[in-house]
Ligand binder design. Structure first.
Ligand SMILES: Cc1ncc(COP(=O)(O)O)c(C=O)c1O
Length: 345
């Protein structure tokens, strides 16, 4: 049987053989008692890599963002975030359901930024009519905004604006290491002025499960309590933390290959019939294009590719997203290009 080439997301990556071996050999304990040595090792490594004081393993990126928002935002306060942010669109409104946190959505530009003046205008003045602003969330790389990495200058400007107003900054860094690779900057630099970050082990880093929250010691202490209250205190988490350690140690630098494959794929299909794609927007491992063909709809395109063993998603009957990752080789990309060419040239 031919291999299925799954470009729906980098979450579909399977653990590498090195990870499976690490899982098999992991030192386990009870993580609610803070006794799982693999988890403790992963958290120490995450803190070291991010330059943050402390770290906490959680089940998913969604839980990491939820816990971080719950720590930063007292009930009834407001968080500023982009209207295309993952937390606003795809996290089931958890921050309002569980935290009574009000979200103030501002327009995301195509590159994932929010205009600084919009942020300044959105910060609430002290008035009984308004909720207090407690947090700004930024997303890096930005999933819905073409996988754009945020520039250091921009991140620091958001942080300065927030801190001048006694507001914290949380980064949804589900794919932060893709940003580090794309901009060739160290995670410590990216996070120098950020108060907390969540990054995912289970996307480009190829681990099967898990995300990590990083922040100050006090922040993580409180995050641990909230994680427990949400049912996120787990026991022998070394079963997947061990794979996360391999992901952090050996999978970050190879993200570059995913970016090169995405660029190559985009360059090879952008002038085919119906495909509308801005090559300058392909900065990491995510390709978005609009599909406007006189005879083929985007769902027909997706179905045709699926019948050729190639999976990707379309949204709103128009936008298609393809994501490269560790389980997609250059040969797979060439096969995908072949099938696109046969249908659309
Ligand atoms: C930017 C971003 N944040 C958060 C998440 C949530 O991660 P998880 O699926 O682990 O909950 C995702 C998942 O795709 C994402 O793309």
């Amino acid at each position: 049987m031919n291999k299925i080439i799954d470009l729906r997301s980098d979450t579909v990556t399977l653990p590498t053989s090195e990870m499976l071996q690490a899982i098999n050999e992991a030192n386990l304990g009870d993580d609610v008692y803070v006794e799982d040595s693999s988890t403790l090792e992963l958290e120490a490594l995450a803190a070291e890599i991010t330059g943050m004081e402390s770290a906490l393993l959680v089940s998913s990126g969604t839980m990491g963002n939820l816990v971080s928002n719950l720590v930063h935002c007292p009930r009834g306060t407001e968080v500023i975030m982009g209207h295309k942010s993952h937390t606003f669109i795809y996290e089931s409104g958890g921050i309002s359901t569980y935290g009574g946190i009000h979200s103030h959505q501002l327009k995301n530009n195509d590159d994932g930024t929010i205009n600084i003046n919009d942020i300044k205008d959105a910060i609430r003045i002290d008035d009984v009519h308004f909720p207090k602003t407690s947090l700004i969330c930024i997303e890096n790389t930005h999933n819905k905004c073409y996988g754009f990495p945020l520039e250091l200058n921009y991140i620091n400007l958001v942080c300065d604006t927030a801190h001048e107003n006694n507001i914290k900054v949380h980064m949804d860094g589900a794919r932060m290491f893709n940003a580090c690779v794309a901009l060739d900057v160290d995670a410590k630099k990216v996070l120098e002025n950020v108060d907390s970050v969540t990054f995912c082990l289970s996307k480009g880093l190829s681990s099967p499960i898990g995300s990590v929250i990083c922040g100050t010691r006090n922040f993580i202490k409180e995050a641990r309590r909230i994680r427990k209250s949400l049912g996120g205190g787990m026991r022998q988490t070394g079963v997947f933390a061990s794979a996360g350690i391999v992901g952090l140690r050996s999978m970050r630098s190879r993200l570059k290959e995913d970016h090169q494959n995405a660029k190559f794929l985009a360059q090879s299909i952008y002038n085919l019939d119906g495909i509308e794609l801005n090559l300058d927007y392909i900065q990491t491992n995510i390709i978005f294009f609009n599909f406007n063909h006189p005879h083929i709809s985007s769902s027909e395109l997706v179905a045709h590719m699926k019948s050729n063993g190639i999976l990707f998603s379309d949204y709103n009957g128009k936008h298609c997203r393809l994501v490269t990752h560790n389980d997609i080789s250059r040969k797979d990309v060439e096969n995908v290009i072949d099938v696109f060419n046969k249908l659309l040239s």
